[in-house]
Design a protein around this ligand. Structure first.
Ligand SMILES: Nc1ncnc2c1ncn2[C@@H]1O[C@H](COP(=O)(O)OP(=O)(O)OP(=O)(O)O)[C@@H](O)[C@H]1O
Length: 270
């Protein structure tokens, strides 16, 4: 397991922070045709915490993130080896319904991507196809509460039937978060969710992520060290398709064990 990496063995090991794992990757390797992008990655994802994946461009952060809800299934030539579990259950087992899995493990992308439909329809689509609402009133309630949880309701309550694409970038990203929340996921994967946003919209989304961790397990890929430090409790540093160090965010940023982590967070490479 990652916590027993030899890299950390030479130094006094701080008391491990106890946590319940919501997801676990064991010996995860990913290939794109002949090219190997991840090499035997082990990572535990603590429940109701934010885990940040950091590391230089091309090191495999997004590839790992996509293994957690089988988004790599949709990538031509991609092959995943190893074991990934959600509540102890192998998500690559043939008996797993992938649509169901992606409702449990939702995803928010780098560029806000609302459907070209109304705000209401963006949020109600998932609950409708998953049969989560028994009546129109139920559906209205899901839409309202999801928008509220995403911190967007007050801004859009008078124009729910207007196009989602008419919102600002930051509002669109919160709409995408509301859409992810609407199907009652357990885990939310975020791939650089603020990279297309200005600093004010970024701050709003970061505050939202902080609140969401009370109810959801979150995994975020970010290029912003400030963001990783602000929003996450645990950080995993990737380099050339491997995890070189993982631990509590505070320790990773104040006193990392690995020189590559130190160099990366201080801007010396990447
Ligand atoms: N669809 C694909 N087909 C082929 N190779 C791919 C594909 N997606 C990613 N790769 C390769 O896999 C490696 C890891 O890419 P990945 O996007 O996971 O890295 P990353 O750390 O998220 O990078 P970035 O920070 O730039 O987004 C890279 O070498 C990349 O070129």
């Amino acid at each position: 397991m990652m916590e027993q990496m030899s890299l950390t063995a030479a130094k006094p090991t701080p008391a491990p922070t106890a946590f319940a794992s919501k997801m676990r990757g064991e010996k995860v390797s990913v290939f794109y045709n002949a090219k190997q992008a991840l090499f035997d990655v082990d990572l535990d994802i603590p429940e109701r915490q934010v885990t940040a994946l950091i590391g230089p461009s091309g090191c495999g952060k997004s590839t790992f993130l996509r293994t957690l809800n089988r988004m790599n299934d949709t990538v031509e030539g991609a092959r995943v080896q190893g074991n990934i579990t959600l509540d102890g259950e192998n998500i690559y087992d043939p008996s797993i319904d992938v649509v169901e899995l992606r409702a449990r493990v939702g995803m928010v992308f780098q560029k806000p991507n609302p459907f070209p439909k109304s705000i209401y329809e963006n949020v109600s689509y998932g609950p409708r196809i998953h049969g989560l609402a028994r009546s129109k009133a139920d559906l209205d309630e899901i839409v309202t509460s999801s928008l509220r949880r995403a911190g967007l309701f007050e801004e859009v309550k008078d124009r729910l039937h207007e196009a989602g694409t008419g919102l600002s970038g930051g509002q669109q990203q919160r709409l995408c978060i509301a859409r992810a929340i609407a199907v009652s996921p357990e885990v939310i994967l975020m791939d650089e969710p603020c990279s297309a946003l200005d600093p004010i919209a970024t701050a709003t989304v970061e505050e939202l992520i902080d609140e969401l961790k009370q109810n959801y397990t979150i995994v975020i890929v970010t290029h912003s060290m400030q963001q990783a430090a602000r929003v996450s409790q645990r950080t995993a540093m990737f380099h050339l398709g491997k995890i070189v160090e993982v631990g509590p965010t505070e320790k990773m940023f104040q006193n990392p064990d690995d020189k590559r982590t130190q160099d990366y967070i201080t801007g010396r490479f990447g």
